[in-house]
Design a protein. Structure first.
Length: 561
């Protein structure tokens, strides 16, 4: 296992065949997509059936700032550090969306010496999975509008259709649109809108389906709208699911890439954690668990977002069980949640970190409520002092974390995460019994209230008139037994991004309930959450262009990949 020392400079990427060989993949179990990317075929799952499973490590975070706290960096760095300990390890991460990459947030491939290769390709188009999801989703929308145009035999109410189109970009002008304009030949006019691809139920299905048959079944269960009697119409009735499944069959195969230190990583499915389930695919995780001693996976944003959904939706559906949670935090995030102004918190140092530690304590309590042992990783940034980091470490120990360490994996790669790797290896030996916040048979409104109070710290829940109408519709169609996928800001424990720290007793407003019966959950929209992001004043796309290095790499690769 050649790993080298990142301090001496980044290694040259290994051929993807060498990465596949490290995983123990046979030649017919993977297909190259260029020199550094491969698709791993679903038949591998059958070979791995019954094999001893590796330890499943979930990486999540405290409430992030708009700058991000390096959770993906720590996830990759931890995988690299475990590999340095001689463990067989696979990281499983979500696929980046072009919306954030071209907008504000940037890519989702880590950074520094804890990044993925080839980062540019992964962030831009990769193997086309997100395009396949977009096209399959919009095929259903096109067949639905064609059905309306051709007589509407299913009796769908034009004002009761909630299947919107998607695009993998941030474009606020598409949030609300009218289609079918221009005369009778152009279809039935109706108000609708577009969402970003990462929020699509089809994306959720891709992430949660266990195989192609399950994918096909789930696609047929999508509900597109209601008829005149209040019955929700399925995609199967529009004869859409078969073609959608054909479109997604290649996308069901996880993508194999490597870390900056040459270790294997499966990147698959890209649901957002604030408005979708925020985790990599069940298929990728199951493959990894059958191939490795440790699987390091990321649950997006904070423990109140991705980790909660991983427990209540992904784990509940798949039977996957994390052994341990790694909770990433930073000094600057804790200062941000101190309640002090930015200028005051920067100058306050240790006092500001102390003041913001309530947020850290709350996230530890969320994970411990689920029954998970917690290791806190303080991701160290330049300028953080030893005293500031120590405040966070002491607070973590006081709140019941089994261990707390600092990491410096951005600058040092796996070498900067060795203390974290040793802690994870020590405390992840037992698979705990998960304790959800609600039971499957609880009424849907009670499930929402349980999450609001137990996870967010809310006092009350307030459903809008539209949400109450949708609740009655879901109950009448026997869908109220599904778990809840809460859509809320990731920048606060509440629905309001301006409420920093650990807000208590607030009222959580629920504006809408959207069925995702194929994916197996109900999406509850809270506050002013958007399912289509907008672009900032200066989008990241404005600073992108071809450069000589890119042109040289493409020429050496034959201009294909």
């Amino acid at each position: 296992m050649a790993m080298g020392d990142p301090a001496e400079g980044k290694e040259r990427p290994r051929p993807i065949a060498a990465v596949a060989d490290e995983l123990g993949l046979a030649a017919d179990e993977w297909e190259p997509y260029g020199a550094q990317v491969a698709k791993v075929g679903l038949p591998l799952l059958e070979r791995l059936s019954g094999r001893r499973q590796g330890r499943y490590i979930m990486v999540t975070a405290t409430t992030p700032t708009r700058h991000g706290e390096g959770k993906t960096v720590v996830c990759i760095g931890l995988a690299q550090a475990l590999r340095r300990l001689g463990k067989r390890v696979v990281a499983t991460l979500r696929e980046p969306s072009l919306g954030p990459f071209l907008g504000l947030k940037g890519g989702a491939t880590g950074g520094g010496r804890s990044s993925l290769v080839p980062a540019d390709r992964i962030n831009m188009h990769f193997t086309g999975d997100l395009h396949a999801v977009t096209t399959a989703h919009n095929l259903l929308a096109a067949l639905l509008d064609n059905h309306l145009h051709r007589g509407n035999a299913l009796g769908l109410g034009v004002d009761d259709i909630f299947w919107r189109r998607v695009v993998d970009l941030g474009d606020r002008s598409l949030r609300q649109v009218v289609t079918g304009l221009g005369g009778r030949g152009n279809g039935v006019p109706r108000e609708t809108g577009l969402d970003i691809t990462a929020t699509s139920e089809v994306m959720g299905i891709l992430a949660l389906a266990s195989d192609l048959r399950d994918l096909r079944r789930r696609l047929g269960e999508i509900r597109v709208g209601a008829d005149g009697q209040g019955r929700l119409v399925r995609a199967e009735e529009l004869e859409a699911a078969g073609a959608m499944a054909r479109m997604l069959q290649d996308a069901m195969a996880p993508n194999l890439v490597q870390t900056a230190e040459g270790g294997p990583c499966l990147v698959h499915a890209g649901p957002f954690a604030n408005i979708s389930i925020g985790t990599s695919s069940v298929v990728a995780d199951r493959m990894a668990l059958g191939l490795a001693d440790f699987v390091v996976t990321e649950a997006g944003f904070g423990a109140d977002c991705g980790a909660e959904k991983m427990i209540h939706i992904k784990c509940a559906q798949s039977g996957l069980r994390p052994s341990l949670a790694v909770l990433v935090t930073t000094v600057r995030a804790l200062k941000h949640h101190s309640g002090l102004s930015r200028a005051a918190s920067d100058g306050a140092g240790v006092e500001a970190v102390h003041a913001g530690c309530g947020n850290l304590a709350h996230h530890i309590s969320i994970l411990r409520h689920f029954g998970l042992p917690v290791v806190v990783a303080v991701n160290r940034f330049p300028g953080d002092t030893d005293a500031e980091c120590q405040v966070a470490l002491d607070e973590a120990a006081k709140e019941g974390a089994v261990d707390a360490v600092t990491v410096d994996v951005f600058a040092r790669g796996g070498a900067g995460g060795m203390d974290l790797a040793r802690a994870v290896a020590e405390f992840s030996g037992r698979v705990p019994e998960l304790r959800p916040c609600y039971e499957p048979d609880d009424p849907l409104e009670d499930k929402i209230a349980s999450l609001a109070r137990k996870v967010y710290g809310a006092g009350e829940v307030e459903l809008s008139r539209l949400a109450r109408r949708k609740l009655a519709l879901l109950e009448a169609n026997d869908l109220a037994g599904l778990p809840v996928c809460m859509a809320k800001t990731p920048l606060s424990l509440s629905h309001d991004p301006s409420l920093m720290g650990t807000p208590r007793g607030f009222t959580l407003p629920v504006s809408d309930l959207r069925p995702a019966a194929g994916a197996g959950y109900i999406t509850a929209l809270t506050g002013e959450i958007y399912t289509m992001p907008g672009l900032p004043a200066r989008p990241a796309a404005c600073d992108m262009d071809l450069d000589e290095e890119v042109l040289r790499e493409r020429a050496q690769a034959g201009g294909v990949h």
